[in-house]
Design a protein around this ligand. Structure first.
Ligand code: DX5
Ligand code: ZN
Length: 217
């Protein structure tokens, strides 16, 4: 089980302390949420912030682009040293080409599904992707309640991956808490993204450790 704290919930006035907490914690990746105010109704941070964070972060970067036509930024995301670049199924017309270009740029590629997008839409690309991100809230904001139906989607994603012989990981993002994590793990999740649960905890590093403890790898 991999844990990817989402910096969206961090204290932006003290980003270097927050990134250092992640660096020295049991976290596996750092999750970075980019929003454009068009694909989602919110705007988060852009390349100046990403570059500053990338300079000091020692964990692999898991960059989640909630933007229209993410293929426009593949080079810039790669230049950050990104490990996993995730684009939304709903945001790019030529998904197959986008996946190819992300790989060409030297990154792993994730594809995210909004809560209203069926898992079956990935049937023709699942062998080509490194991760399926099942959104467990509607993207755009931290701190939203977990959508229960997502558990079925996680099981469907796991089944599709298995049936196709794909090696893709399953990641979930949104409303991951100490209460929702055990069910997600049981449903077959590999990567838990956690924003508020980690950064609003009294002891964020201990919270990361506790989440990892549900299913040690
Ligand atoms: C939501 C973002 C998430 C967000 C999760 O659109 O993609 O990564 O930070 O926040 P929590 O864990 O607070 O639901
Ligand atoms: Zn995210």
């Amino acid at each position: 089980m991999l844990i990817a704290p989402s910096l969206l919930a961090a204290d932006f006035l003290h980003l270097s302390d927050e990134v250092e907490m992640v660096n020295t914690s049991a976290a596996d990746w750092l999750h970075l949420d980019v929003m454009d105010g068009t694909f989602v109704p919110n705007i988060s941070f852009g390349f100046p912030v990403l570059e500053a964070v990338a300079r000091v972060c020692r964990k692999p970067l898991d960059v989640h682009l909630m933007i229209d036509r993410p293929e426009r930024y593949i080079r810039q995301v790669a230049d950050l040293g990104t490990y996993m670049m995730t684009v939304h199924y709903e945001a790019t017309t030529h998904l197959h080409r986008t996946i190819y270009e992300i790989h060409e740029a030297g990154m792993r590629c994730g594809v995210a599904l909004n809560p209203s997008t069926p898992v079956g839409h990935l049937v023709d690309v699942v062998r080509d992707v490194d991760m399926v991100l099942v959104m467990t809230v509607n993207p755009g904001f931290g701190g939203q309640p977990f959508i229960e139906h997502s558990l079925d989607k996680v099981r469907e994603a796991r089944a599709l991956i298995q049936a196709s012989g794909s090696k893709a990981l399953v990641e979930v993002d949104g409303g991951v808490t100490l209460t929702t994590a055990p069910g997600l793990i049981e449903a077959g999740v590999d990567v838990l993204v956690t924003g508020s649960t980690v950064f609003r905890a009294a002891d964020p590093a201990a919270m990361i450790q506790q989440l990892k403890g549900f299913a040690p790898c």
